[in-house]
Design a protein around this ligand. Sequence first.
Ligand code: KIV
Ligand code: NA
Length: 265
Amino acid sequence: YKRITVKSLVDMKNTGEKISMLTAYDYTMAKIVDGAGIDVILVGDSASNVMAGHETTLPITLDQMIYHASSVVRAIDRALVVVDLPFGSYQSDPKEALRSAIRIMKESGGHAVKLEGGKEIKESIKRILNAGIPVMGHLGLTPQSIYKFGTYTVRAKEEEEAEQLIANAKMLEKIGCFAIVLEKIPAKLASQVAKALTIPVIGIGAGSGVDGQVLVLHDMIGMTHEFNPRFLRRYMNLYEEMTTAISQYAADVKAVSFPNENEQY
Ligand code: KIV
Ligand code: NA
């Protein structure tokens, strides 16, 4: 695939090729992620935690999401860029949801939007889809509802919530979403949903029986170190490496060993 589109992702599901997805919130990181061949870049509202240091995803604004997304879009040659609609930008009514989605598409150049939830936001999703904007769904542990859940623990372990999740996933496919993210649910349930749907299901903490995986970039490169859920595989320990490099720089400055003869004019 020279350039990933929503259609490429469905083709991947049909041929059994797994979809790789990571977050990015800025130009420099997005350039690396795109260059490394990741299929989908998510400008997640996890920027609220990772970039701004908030405890939850709730505070980030639509303007801030557009700033992050436009920075990412400028770096991309191949990946599909999906942008989260932040908390408070789509829950009031379908018109507000469409207005917010249009602002993201026009002002950032992103290729699709993601919204958290099922039947509660059905009409909003339909309205956005009617405007020609591709929508990715997000079910399971939906962090914008953290105060309703009260905990970041695994969702849909009980039969009732699992059945609701399956019904919501089918509904999202039926109204025209191009893919769905399933966050932190039992692997068996996630695999069941992936089999029942023709659109790709991308998991985070949802096991390997789905059509693709997503992680938060800063977590998988080990730049963050206090967040340690079971589903997180760290591919680097950048927190440690950066701390070593930065302390060395500080020591070199103090010792006047930086800059040396060759590092000045
Ligand atoms: O905001 C985010 O990073 C996300 C992913 C974890 C799916 O929504
Ligand atoms: Na998100």
